[in-house]
Design a protein around this ligand. Structure first.
Ligand code: FCB
Length: 439
């Protein structure tokens, strides 16, 4: 059995959350609406038409939540800032919103929990969107830079670990092509523009960071799905290569080399999609760290009638409540791949599982989560031993929360939330983690 002492002494052990999924207080203290507030209030978009107006009410209960982290023995916490909370119209500062994050950070530091901030976890200011300045518009990058700079100025003296974006693939493609996430558009051209401006905004925020937080570290968080062919047939192998370019390469290559993957670019252009290249070279600005969100792999098969020539195949491995295959080996492969590519410190910024959690009395016996985490911890250790400069591990998530289109139907927390009373109940996995962290 592995133990904490197998990992470096200064290794960060934390949980991760995001603003929209946990904060609630959707209209409080001057907060403006985000595209997610509007999307979740649109009938038919979310499971049972749920929304995150209240969510876990972390906005009012953050002290209790920090106490829980402390009690478990965690030494880091990854969270995101709601842009429209600190800038309701996307531009002008809202002191009350700023104050919330300031209090949160101070409380974390008081408890010796290292804050790790994500600037964008999908809750774009609706006011900008309404004016036509969403991610498809080049000016979005400048607004994002100004927002980022305001946060660096406000918190950069105390917070030294930052990332710009969480999973740009989701923001661009789930939001603008598949229509499953806010703002719910279904247009491949728009998704390509959105991805492009998100990359530009990342680069501009990095520039601001270098000016303002001289002793801090910054990077980006990527949805690091392991893409594998469904069979060893030539067509499936080819399809998997393309899928990997669409999901991973479309972001990794610009960040590394300032270029989009060639095959996919050509394929898109052959379909009349314009692939922008202005400013792309700036996306490859040096970063200090890279965030890996790893949950699963995707098996890909050839699909000539599909728009990009590939489709997802159903895999044979045991699955989580999300229907995602459990594939710990993929975490090791992924860490190796990203470390070889970027040669900078890596953090596992998200890893976790939705289980069928049921509360019995005051206990939630989530053996399924313990088993998942154990296996993934082992792979993280294997990567470390194999030379990967892995600096931290953030479990998704601290609390059960609003799982986007699935609403509250999927539970990822190591702490159970009773949504009727908002009471927090540490699951067995939290108790197991506490023991692990003591070991
Ligand atoms: C990731 C998201 C996070 C959460 C987990 C389950 O893709 O970053 O907000 O939804 O999946």
């Amino acid at each position: 059995m592995i133990s904490r002492s197998d990992f470096p002494k200064d290794f960060l052990w934390g949980t991760a959350t995001s603003a929209y999924q946990i904060e609630g207080a959707a209209n409080e203290d001057g907060k403006g609406p985000s595209i997610w507030d509007v999307f979740s209030h649109t009938p038919g978009k979310i499971y049972m038409n749920q929304n995150a107006d209240i969510a876990t009410d972390h906005y009012h209960r953050y002290e209790e939540d920090i106490k829980i982290m402390k009690e478990i023995g965690l030494n880091a916490y990854r969270f995101s800032i709601s842009w429209p909370r600190v800038m309701p119209d996307g531009r002008k500062k809202n002191e009350k919103g700023m104050n919330f994050y300031e209090k949160l950070v101070d409380k974390l530091l008081e408890n010796e929990i290292t804050p790790f901030i994500t600037l964008y976890h999908w809750d774009y200011p609706y006011a900008l969107y309404e004016r036509g300045i969403d991610w498809t518009h080049p000016d979005s990058a400048f607004y994002f830079r100004d927002y980022a700079a305001a946060m660096f100025e406000r918190l950069g003296d105390r917070v030294k670990l930052w990332t710009t974006h969480n999973e740009p693939w989701c923001a661009a493609f789930l939001g603008y092509y598949f229509g499953e996430h806010a703002p719910g558009h279904k247009d491949l051209q728009e998704a390509i523009y959105a991805a492009h401006n998100i990359l530009r905004s990342h680069a501009l925020a990095l520039e601001a960071f270098r000016e303002i937080v001289k002793d801090g570290k910054i990077g980006i968080v990527h949805m690091a799905i392991k893409v594998e062919p469904a069979s060893d047939k030539e067509g499936d192998i080819r399809a998997a290569e393309l899928a990997d370019q669409a999901i991973n390469g479309w972001f990794l290559q610009p960040l590394k080399e300032g270029k989009y993957p060639e095959d996919l670019r050509r394929l898109l252009e052959s379909k009349g999609i314009k692939v922008p290249d202005e400013d792309l070279d700036i996306a490859a600005k040096p970063m200090d760290l890279f965030g890996v969100n790893y949950y699963t792999r995707l098996l890909i098969k050839s699909c000539p009638e599909c728009e990009l020539g590939y489709d997802i195949a159903r895999g044979p491995l045991p699955k989580t409540e999300m229907g995602w295959e459990i594939y710990p080996q993929g975490l090791y492969d992924t860490l190796k791949r990203y470390y070889e590519l970027f040669e900078i410190p890596l953090y596992i910024t998200e890893n976790g599982i939705a289980c069928k959690d049921e509360i019995e009395g005051d206990a939630v016996n989530d053996e399924c989560r313990i088993d998942y985490l154990k296996k993934h911890f082992e792979m993280a250790l294997k990567a470390l031993k194999g030379g990967v400069d892995l600096k931290g591990y953030f479990i998704w998530s601290l609390l059960d929360n609003f799982e986007w289109t699935h609403g509250y139907s999927k539970r990822f927390g190591i702490v159970y939330v009773d949504y009727k009373t908002l009471r927090r109940i540490p699951k067995k996995s939290a108790i197991w983690l506490k023991e692990f962290l003591k070991s």
